[in-house]
Design a protein around this ligand. Structure first.
Ligand code: GRF
Length: 216
């Protein structure tokens, strides 16, 4: 079977992108990164991808009259690159419902909380303000409503009494870098079944398929 062709959309640092690139370089990994695309020409992740020899492209949202025209340009670039699965990795633009539907069940996102808790921005600040004892991260299929969609993988991270938003973000990020490649591998192996608004793992041959990482 051929490798699943993946397109990664970024807006900034790209550390999750880097984790996906690294995973795809490991022997036997069933996916390859066909394209890294950024709406932000200044995204540091673009240089990281280029250094890794991955084709990159900038589609600056400021050059487009409306969201639909911007999304159409992204769609075209992804299709031209033969992308079969889109991974959002710190992509900070809202996508139109039309784009999301066109990539239904073929687009995944990582969010730094245990969804459905704490969707949206400034996640770690809100987790701390709520006094939550645990948080984490989630990889999920993308649906039109922000930070919703069938959950593929999650990791739990404890909140410590002396945490700041930054210290918590760093602890969560470590887990993001584990569950994003895991979710990608499961999809590329054809082992994720979507059933309505839930997804499940078809075959638990390997222990990590329980999808619970040890609490960091
Ligand atoms: C991550 O925390 C991710 O969960 C969120 O945006 C951040 C992106 O970081 N969606 P990076 O660009 O992958 O380093």
């Amino acid at each position: 079977m051929g490798l699943l062709r993946v397109g990664i959309l970024i807006s900034g640092r790209g550390s999750n992108m880097q984790a996906l690139i690294a995973a795809c370089r490991t022997a036997g990994f069933p996916a390859e990164i066909a394209l890294v695309l950024s709406n932000n020409p200044a995204a540091p992740g673009l240089a990281t991808a280029a250094q890794a020899g991955i084709p990159t492209k900038v589609i600056d949202h400021r050059s487009y009259g409306d969201r639909a025209a911007f999304d159409a340009a992204i769609d075209e670039a992804l299709r031209q690159a033969g992308v079969e699965l889109v991974c959002l990795a710190g992509f900070m633009r809202l996508l139109t419902d039309g784009f999301v539907e066109a990539w239904r069940d073929q687009m995944i996102n990582i969010h730094p909380s245990l969804l459905p808790a704490f969707p949206g921005l400034r996640t770690h600040e809100r987790v701390l303000a709520a006094g939550a004892r645990f948080t984490g991260c989630t990889v999920h299929f993308v649906r039109p409503e922000m930070d919703t969609g069938p959950i593929i993988a999650q990791a739990v991270v404890p909140v410590r009494p002396d945490d700041t938003a930054d210290s918590l973000a760093a602890r969560v990020l470590e887990q993001e870098h584990k569950i994003y490649p895991l979710a990608l591998r499961l999809i590329a192996e054809g082992r994720v079944r979507i059933d309505g608004e839930k997804s499940s793992i078809v075959d638990d041959r390997v222990p990590e398929a329980v999808l619970i990482s040890p609490i960091a």
